[in-house]
Ligand binder design. Structure first.
Ligand code: G16
Length: 543
């Protein structure tokens, strides 16, 4: 096998963000960009000689071509064995599952998650480590360092691999195995959930509408829901992964999953609505005219997890990202178990899961998961909801309302200001940060500020410190506003403002969240001058 060594130089803009590296497709696939970044991963993880890897992706434009380049580069680095999802497809949680099951050194996932795809959309690549989870800061820093010093990359002269045909082929010294992307994952789901009870639920006429948004989850949802669980054909909509997601923006929120929200608000709404994102790790669950906020969803899943066979003993501990609402904290308190508050990013749950400190974890950004893999898992969340519905015999509305009545309601919303000029967004954060210490005791809008800080997290397992993870403002009465810049955008900066307040009184649980949070929203504007800084009169997306 001949290896071509191509001289190169560092390319700007190769710093991995919250979840790998994401860019506009045209920039990522510009000659040399992908190759440089892949070589930096290979060098950053200490080489690939003699090792096995999983390769998959969400099916977006450019994936198949990029995978052939990756295969050539891993062969040049001396990798021994590659396991690739058929047609290059593996949802992020399925890739995590296969990495763990097959014991590989890691995996490469081609995805820009919920960002739009296609030639004019976004492209991304993330590296997951042997536990199946996103590379931690130590690894992404090493990768970033390698991008700064790179001088050449290696490409093996080998035939392309036919990714559409299942089976094993040899390329140089390396074997390449093309696998069914669904099988291992479906088997794991069958071990965790009461498929018999869920099957009976569907047989009794329960109706689900699952929007796979023309992205990675389609084949999984069809095989498991319609195939194994007997849900009627048509339960899964937009079930074919398409390179441009059929023009959809595969982000399951009220703006981009608009059709599903309409279906669920119509008089003939099914019993449950659900959606997942581009790479299948996010989830959205809706009852009839009742979208479940992700922060409530993870709290409800945690409170009821014992109803699923895989979690029969109940969770040992729980975790949420800092901006996620504190509904989960109330469940942890009730169960008498630990609650960990981590920075945004699934990678921060990895050590807690590996150390057996937590069983379930979740984030406000539509992510929920457990120790079954090391990624958040969209279809898993939907199956756990189905398992709970089947066992409790109640509707989603009854379960959500019952949860609020029992634990109180944490009203919650997130306001996103997208594609703001980077300097303007950074100025807002810098200015607020500069005033943080002087805020307690002052008023913002109609509220007094009780405390404020710049969130930092000391990992309880390895002691590593993550600083500057979001600005927190606590108001009298327990309300909270959090300010953070997104780590996943590809255009300018996205300012996220997270707003929350607790309401114990069940008579006040029926309010519209924006209405209930009005004093907090006004206080956040007063303290940070969002309109003035961003030049926007209102958020682009409200979730
Ligand atoms: C990624 C991470 C999530 C994180 C989210 C935050 O999600 O995997 O753990 O919550 O980013 O995004 P941002 O920094 O934009 O707020 P995904 O689904 O994009 O991989």
């Amino acid at each position: 096998m001949d290896i071509e060594t191509v001289p190169t130089e560092p390319i700007a803009g190769q710093k991995p963000g919250t979840s790998g590296l994401r860019k506009k497709t045209a920039a990522f696939l510009k000659p040399g960009f992908l190759e440089n970044y892949v070589q930096a991963i290979i060098d950053g993880i200490g080489g690939v000689a003699g090792e096995s890897f999983v390769i998959g992706g969400d099916g977006r434009y450019g994936n198949k071509q990029a995978m052939q380049t990756l295969i050539r580069m891993l062969a040049a680095g001396g990798a021994k064995h590659l396991i690739i999802g058929q047609n290059g497809l593996l949802s992020t949680p399925a890739a995590s599952c296969v990495i763990r099951k097959r014991g590989t050194k890691g995996g490469f996932i081609f995805s820009a998650s919920h960002n739009p795809g296609g030639e004019r959309g976004d492209f991304g690549l993330k590296y997951n480590i042997s536990n199946g989870g996103p590379a931690p800061e130590s690894v992404t820093s090493a990768i970033y360092e390698a991008t700064q010093t790179i001088s050449a990359y290696g490409l093996a002269e080998i035939e392309p691999v036919d990714l559409s045909t299942l089976g094993t082929v040899e390329r140089g010294e390396m074997t390449v195995e093309v696998i069914d992307p669904v099988a291992d994952y479906a088997e794991l789901m069958g071990e965790l959930f009461d498929f018999e009870a869920i099957g009976k639920l569907f047989a009794s006429g329960f109706r689900l509408s699952y929007d796979a948004m023309n992205a990675a989850t389609g084949p999984y949802a069809k095989a498991i829901l319609e195939g194994m669980l007997g849900a009627p054909e048509g339960t899964v909509v937009n079930g074919e992964p398409l390179p441009d997601f059929g023009g959809l923006h595969p982000d399951p929120n009220p703006v981009h999953a608009h059709d599903l929200f309409e279906t669920m608000a119509s008089p003939n709404a099914p019993d449950m609505g659900a959606a997942s994102d581009g790479d299948g790790d996010r989830n959205l669950v809706l009852g009839k005219s009742l979208p479940v906020s992700p922060s409530d969803s993870i709290a409800i899943l945690a409170a009821n997890a014992h109803l699923a066979p895989g979690y029969a003993k109940g969770p040992v501990g729980l975790a949420r990202s800092m901006p996620t609402s504190r509904a989960l904290d109330r469940v942890a308190e009730h169960l008498g178990i630990a609650l960990y508050e981590t920075p945004t990013g699934w990678k921060f749950f990895g050590n807690l899961l590996d150390a057996g400190k937590i069983t379930l974890c979740g984030e406000e950004s539509a992510g929920a998961g457990s120790d079954h893999v090391r990624e958040k898992d969209g279809l898993w969340a939907v199956l756990l909801w189905l398992n709970i519905l089947a066992r409790r015999g109640e509707s989603i509305r009854e379960i959500v309302k019952g949860h609020w009545a029992r634990f109180g309601r944490n009203y919650y919303t997130r306001h996103d200001y997208e594609a703001v000029e980077t300097e303007r967004a950074e100025a807002l954060m810098a200015e607020l940060k500069g005033r943080l210490e002087s805020l307690p005791g002052t008023t913002a809008g109609s509220l007094t500020i009780e405390a404020s800080d710049d969130f930092a997290y000391r990992d309880p397992v390895d002691g590593s410190l993550a600083e500057h993870q979001g600005l927190r403002i606590l108001f009298e009465g327990g309300g909270r506003a959090v300010f953070r810049l997104s780590g996943t955008g590809t255009e300018g900066a996205t300012l996220r403002v997270y707003l929350e307040r607790f309401e114990a009184d069940p008579a006040k649980h029926g309010m519209d969240a924006q209405e209930a949070l009005k004093p907090i929203i006004e206080a956040a504007e007063a303290v940070a001058k969002i309109r003035e800084h961003t030049g926007r009169s209102e958020p682009d997306v409200i979730t």
